[in-house]
Write a protein of this length. Structure first.
Length: 293
């Protein structure tokens, strides 16, 4: 202690060392910790690590075997803004998993086993800016309102999944979207998908790896680049009628014909009934007149 009452530099270093040692003791097993960051990359973890410091801002769980993210444990990390879970075994049900980490800005779930994204999956992440769900080959469905609450979303990557269709309203309602990864998916380029292709050509969104955004089906359009296929789809969808369309038109025509026939039949019956009633009334009047005479 110096005469002024301040601790000497050695004492200060000792106190800092104790603080750092204390911080390290709170670090999860097989993970490395720095200030507000926990890194558990490639540690073959089977479960979500325990004893994560509550003030953690950045959590990296990449390249492990984690198949489940516990919502309760995650909710303890209320200040978490960065979560990297790429290359794990996360499955199909992530609904309400992120309900307690509303400050999350960056979320990477690429290279997992996701099968669907619903409104409840990310609806609580109101601050989300970057979302990566690429390289999930079993991801086949994204609900049209899945990102309705993620209005700050700027970067979205759904490349290399099992998606064949994406509703236009799913991304059109994201005012801050600037990057959208769509490459190497199994896009089904039919008339329903034409609206999405039109949105691609008219939006200000950048599509990375655009050369690999191609049609997979139907066979006649396979490997054709999107949105270059828009003109071809536009002409065929406006002029071509499919078998079900002809069946529908025939049913409509038959219904109209049947309705017209029934209306004419009912009108004829009404006319005959009216005529009979009128003639009977006239006969009755004539009989009354003859009786009076």
């Amino acid at each position: 202690m110096s005469p002024s009452g301040r601790p000497r530099p050695l004492s200060l270093m000792f106190l800092l060392g104790v603080g750092m040692a204390s911080e390290r003791t709170n670090c999860p097993s097989r993970c490395s910790c720095q200030y507000l960051e926990v890194n558990c990359t490639g540690q073959q973890l089977q479960e979500f690590p325990a004893a994560i410091p509550l003030d953690t801002r950045q959590l990296i769980l990449a390249a492990n075997n984690v198949s489940y993210l516990p919502a309760v444990e995650l909710s303890f990390l209320a200040d978490l803004v960065y979560l990297d879970c790429r290359k794990n075994l996360l499955g199909d049900n992530l609904d309400f998993t992120f309900i307690g980490v509303a400050k999350l800005v960056y979320l990477d779930l690429s290279f997992n086993n996701l099968t669907q994204v619903t409104f409840s999956t990310f609806s609580h992440l109101l601050s989300l800016v970057v979302l990566k769900i690429s390289d999930n080959p079993n991801l086949v469905a994204i609900e049209k309102d899945a990102f309705a609450n993620n209005t700050w979303l700027r970067h979205l990557d759904v490349s290399r999944t099992g998606l064949t269709f994406l509703d236009t309203s799913t991304v059109r309602g994201l005012p801050n979207l600037r990057f959208l990864g769509l490459s190497d998916n199994l896009w089904h380029c039919n008339c329903s998908f034409l609206y999405f292709i039109t949105w691609m050509t008219e939006s200000n969104v950048h599509f990375p790896d655009a050369d690999n955004i191609t049609c997979y089906t139907p066979a006649g359009l396979r490997a054709l680049k999107i949105p270059a296929v828009e003109a071809q789809l536009d002409s065929s969808c406006l002029t071509q009628l499919y078998k079900q369309d002809y069946i529908f038109l025939c049913l409509i025509g038959f219904c109209i014909f049947f309705a017209g026939t029934m209306a004419a039949w009912l009108a004829g019956i009404c006319a005959v009934v009216y005529e009979i009633h009128t003639s009977k009334g006239e006969e009755k009047e004539e009989e009354e007149e003859e009786e009076q005479e």
